[in-house]
Design a protein around this ligand. Sequence first.
Ligand code: PLP
Length: 299
Amino acid sequence: MANLCNLDGVILPEADARIPVLDRGFLFGDSIYEVVRTWGEVPFAFPEHWARLLASAEGLRMALDLDQRTVARRIAATVAQAGHGDSYVRVVVTRGAGEAPNIDLAYATAKPCWVILVRPAPRIAGLPAKLAAVDRLRNDRRALDPATKSGNYLNSVLGLAEAKDQGATDCAMFNAQGELTEASTSNLFVRVDGVWCTPPLAAGILAGITRALLLAFLAGRGEGVREQHLRRTDLDRAEEMFLSSSLRDIAPVTHWNGRALHGGGPGPRTAVLMPAFAQHCAGLLRDRYAPAWRALVAE
Ligand SMILES: Cc1ncc(COP(=O)(O)O)c(C=O)c1O
C-alpha cells in the first residue's frame, strides 16, 4: 500500500509526482488546499470542505475549472487504489504554471493544477497538546486573511517553530489587538467562568469545520458555549482548553506556557467531551456524510 498522488487526474506514487518549477504554488504559495479525513473510504464532512475550498478560491481570485463531483470521483478512485482504509486526503489546487516567474496575475494563463495526496490517516485524534503563547502575530485579516486556506503557511510554520523552541507542541497566536486567534493548524476552545469560549471569525482565524461542528454539539448538550474574544490573561486563568481540527478532533491542552494543567492530563470536562464528540461524529458520518458521498460519486 503506497502513498498515492492524483496529479490532474493521473494516479501515481507520491514520490514520483512532479510539479513544474514555474507553478505559482511553488513560486508564490499561490494555492489553496483542504485536508479531509476518511473513515474507511468515506470522507468526513466533504460538503463543508468543498464549500471552504470554493471560498478560498474566491479569496484568492482563483477560477476553479473542476466541479465537486469530478473532484470527489478523483478522491474516491485514489483512496480506493491506495487501500489504506482510514486515510488522510490533501486536496491542493495551485493557480498553475505561469508564463514567467512573475507575480502579476496577467502571467497566470494556465489552468489550475489539482493535486490529491492520499496517505494513511495519522493517529493524532485526541493527542494531548502543550500550548505556548508566541510573540509572532497571526496574519491580519486585511493582509492575508487566515480564513482563506491558502498554501502560504509560513505564518503558522514560524509560530509553531517558536512554540517548539519553548518546549511546547503548538502555539497560541494572537492578533495585533492582543486577541487570541488560533493554534498553528487548529482552532482553540477555552473554558472561562464555566463557559466554553472560542474566538470569533473576526479575530482572524480559519473557520474550522470541527470548530463549527463543536459549537453546535456543545450547544446541543446544553453546555455554555459562545464565540468570544479572549486575551492572554483569559488563558492564564482558563479552567480547561482544547484544540480542534479535522485530524485531531478534540486535542486536550495539558500544558500552558510550560505549566502543567490538571496534573498534566486532559481537563475533566474535556475528557468527557472527547468520546461523546467522537460518537456524535460517527453518527454524522453514518446518517449524513456517507449517504451524501455515495450519491455524489455514484456513476
Ligand atoms: C490554521 C488552522 N486553523 C484551524 C484548523 C482546523 O480546521 P478544521 O477543523 O476544518 O480541520 C486548521 C486545519 O487545517 C488550520 O490549518
